[in-house]
Design a protein around this ligand. Structure first.
Ligand code: CO
Length: 144
């Protein structure tokens, strides 16, 4: 079951420039950076009030974010909901006809398992579902 808004992701061509904007100009606090090799992305997280802004940059100019930037330019990329039962939610949504970008969940940042719902199934919005390790869905403080 979906429990909370995990993060909103923004595709950026230059992570350092974007980090400076969010930290110095907007005054948010960077909680960390992490490369996600399975998605060929470099990420940076800014927690705010129980959710986070996630900046995503292509790793080595490759991967899905590189394709997105080429096609649509920088901007809002996806919305991620945290679930406490990823496999159950995927099965339920598949039964309702939803399509996913991969056959099965993959490793995401912070030890999560994640899967993306195809934007065609969600009114043009790319949606990610994430399950955190140890099932601590309501305690956002635990992994800041
Ligand atoms: Co994400």
């Amino acid at each position: 079951m979906i429990r909370r808004l995990d993060h909103i992701a923004i595709a950026v061509p230059d992570l350092d420039v974007a980090i400076r904007r969010f930290a110095e100009d907007l005054g948010l606090t960077l909680s960390g950076r992490e490369d996600v090799p399975t998605e060929l992305t470099s990420t940076a997280f800014f927690p705010i009030e129980g959710t986070r802004i996630e900046l995503v940059q292509p790793m080595d100019g490759q991967g899905p974010i590189a394709g997105y930037l080429d096609k649509r330019g920088p901007g809002l990329h996806h919305v991620c909901f945290e679930t406490d039962d990823l496999d159950g939610d995927v099965a339920a949504l598949r039964a309702k006809g939803y399509q996913f970008l991969s056959d099965a969940p993959k490793p995401g940042a912070h030890g999560t398992r994640v899967i993306f719902i195809h934007p065609k199934s969600c009114g043009g919005v790319l949606m990610e579902l994430a399950e955190h390790p140890h099932h601590e869905p309501t305690n956002a403080q635990a992994w800041r």
